[in-house]
Ligand binder design. Structure first.
Ligand code: DQA
Length: 144
């Protein structure tokens, strides 16, 4: 079974209570559960992780690069300024899909820049948990 790494950046552990008018009411573990359920239906093994640390995300990207794993990543605030995460994402050999719960382009100007988008196969933003589920569908379609 093909493994997919789903990586989540800072403050996403606070989903559920964090600005619910923007991010909705689901917690990160509910999003993880939905991704695992969709993965099962698509025949994908899901490894879902979240960290507030840039170091963890960089090391997980290195792991995905050496393991030749596709990655779905919500880099959260790191999207907008982390050259280090971009450089780690550039090592990937399988597709990277960038996801966001909200649509950063419809929000403050500082969220309009993504250092990650240029490396991603595609970006899915603005659909809440469905951004993740659509990214899983995209990986399954790309694998066909
Ligand atoms: C986010 C959007 C980012 O701008 C923000 O910093 C986040 C979450 C999203 O999923 O909508 O933390 O990545």
């Amino acid at each position: 079974m093909k493994k997919v790494l789903i990586l989540n950046g800072p403050n996403l552990d606070k989903l559920g209570t964090r600005e619910p008018e923007i991010y909705g009411s689901l917690t990160i573990s509910e999003i993880s559960d939905q991704c695992k359920k969709r993965g099962q239906a698509l025949g994908l093994e899901i490894d879902f992780r979240q960290s507030n640390s840039e170091t963890d995300l960089i090391e997980w990207l290195h792991e995905a690069a050496s393991g030749k794993l596709p990655v779905i990543m919500n880099p959260a605030a790191f999207t907008h300024y982390s050259v280090a995460i971009r450089d780690a994402a550039a090592l990937l050999v399988e597709p990277l899909i960038e996801v966001h719960i909200s649509n950063p382009l419809a929000r403050e100007e500082f969220r309009h820049t993504s250092l990650i988008s240029g490396l991603a196969k595609g970006t899915i933003s603005g659909f809440g948990v469905n951004s993740y589920l659509m990214a899983l569908d995209a990986i399954a379609i790309e694998m066909q």
